[in-house]
Design a protein around this ligand. Structure first.
Ligand SMILES: *Cc1c(COP(=O)(O)O)cnc(C)c1O
Length: 435
């Protein structure tokens, strides 16, 4: 019963020892540390299409895809060429370039939910700025978030629920003052009673409700459309802005993200990940009247030395141009469903308490049996089985992100042949860990 990964790790181990001298935990973002799976992180050397190679020359099919941004896979020729050509003209000016217009035009001409956009450099920055905009526009302070949704490392979003039906948040990270956390209300997902009660109690203080319409950072907690519609309705009735954090779902479940998929009009949308083609870009957008509050038009200050960086804009333009082609998302979903359905059919036939949950080209390994789960508290906290399948799949040349709470992604470069091969490997891994 093979569960420990036996791939060669000599170079990665040496690099990690060095990295631990330089960086807290040896990494520049905590989930990379492999803390919740077997061993230390693999240091990557190269990516091409759906494949990655680590520093020990192990080759993997990559289902992490940089945690989402690489919807075309690694080193896509269109993205590569546009980035290199742009870089030849200079890396940054701190003055406007035509590339910002081009990326905005590409997005806004197809997106009926927002009129104007502002580019920033990360998803966290987009959320931070969007929350300030919501507060500045409404003149109110409190923000409602949902347990199990991730919105980056913004102070006011690093909160967890206290006890009780409707609760003021308490900070979930050292360094976040309780006074900030108290401006955030935290509710469970998928709980209409708590939602109604919260709006009734806090209607006069709430600037906005922020949600991942497709919660995909803590399992894949797909919400019923009725819950999202109720949230929209309550926001409208009580004069609260609805903020869709589409940093992960934007350009992933369709060009217009979850707003397009569910046909729900949010008041503000945040983007990140895919929008930058693998380079650091985030964005927030809203209707004209709300965006008029952003500086220099309005009183809500927000700025960035590298915002709208030309090289990053070029990568975004190249990637989103491919995504905007007819049939792109249908084909993404078809290949994803092919993999998910084949693996689920096998797990079901063998009675394994395992299921791939999916939407668009996102999938998540659920070890909760066949029930469909909607709330963070329903996730099986025992990650033993995830650890074992993660290690087993590494041996089989399949790379999943090193956490059972994170989702996997399929890119344009995961062809039918790659999917067929991956199905075989997943099934063989399941048979071994459940044997
Ligand atoms: C990834 C993510 C963020 C944070 O984006 P960063 O670029 O990592 O700062 C925020 N919200 C959601 C929904 C995300 O998936």
């Amino acid at each position: 019963m093979e569960t420990i990964s036996t791939i060669k790790r000599t170079t990665s181990e040496a690099l990690f020892s060095k990295a631990k001298e330089y960086f807290p935990g040896g990494v520049n973002s905590p989930v990379r540390a492999f803390k919740s799976v077997d061993g230390n992180p693999l240091f990557m050397a190269k990516g091409d299409g759906c494949r990655i190679w680590d520093e020990d020359c192990n080759e993997f099919i990559d289902f992490c895809c940089s945690w989402g941004p690489l919807i075309l896979g690694h080193n896509h020729p269109t993205v590569y060429e546009k980035v290199v050509a742009t870089l030849q003209n200079g890396a940054s000016f701190g003055a406007p370039t035509r590339l910002e217009n081009e990326l905005a035009e590409l997005i806004l001409s197809r997106n009926p939910f927002i009129d104007k956009i502002r580019f920033v450099s990360s998803g966290t920055e987009a959320v931070m700025s969007a929350l300030r905009l919501a507060r500045g526009y409404t003149g109110k302070n409190k923000v409602l978030k949902f347990e199990g949704c991730y919105h980056g490392h913004v102070d006011s979003m690093l909160v967890k629920a206290g006890s009780g039906l409707v609760t003021l948040g308490s900070s979930s990270s050292a360094g976040v003052p309780e006074a900030y956390a108290n401006e955030t209300l935290v509710l469970p997902l998928h709980d209409e009673t708590a939602l109604r009660a919260c709006f009734e109690m806090y209607k006069d203080d709430l600037a906005c409700a922020i949600i991942e319409p497709i919660p995909a950072n803590n399992g894949l907690l797909l919400q019923e459309k009725t819950f999202l519609h109720l949230l929209r309705e309550l926001c409208t009735n009580y004069g609260v802005l609805l903020l869709f954090d589409e940093v992960i779902s934007g350009f992933r479940v369709g060009f217009n993200g979850a707003a397009g998929l569910y046909q729900i009009q949010p008041d503000i949308i945040t983007y990140g990940k895919i929008i930058g083609g693998g380079l650091p870009v985030g964005a927030y957008g809203a209707r004209r009247e709300i965006m008029a509050s952003v500086s220099p038009d309005g009183p809500v200050y927000q700025a960035g030395t590298l915002s709208g960086n030309p090289v990053a804009m070029a990568a975004g333009i190249a990637q989103l141009t491919v995504c905007a082609q007819p049939g792109f998302y249908e084909d993404q979903e078809r290949r994803t469903l092919k993999m998910v359905n084949a693996i689920n059919a096998h797990a079901q036939a063998k009675n394994y308490a395992f299921e791939l949950v999916t939407v668009g080209s996102i999938f998540w390994l659920s070890f909760d049996g066949k029930k469909r789960i909607h709330k963070a508290e329903e996730i099986n906290p025992d990650m033993t089985m995830f650890k074992r399948i993660h290690a087993n799949l590494l041996n089989r040349g399949i790379y999943l992100g090193p956490s059972g709470y994170e989702v996997g992604f399929i890119s344009h470069a995961h062809t039918d042949a790659i999917i067929d091969h991956s199905i075989e490997q997943f099934i063989a891994a399941l048979d071994e860990i459940y044997a």
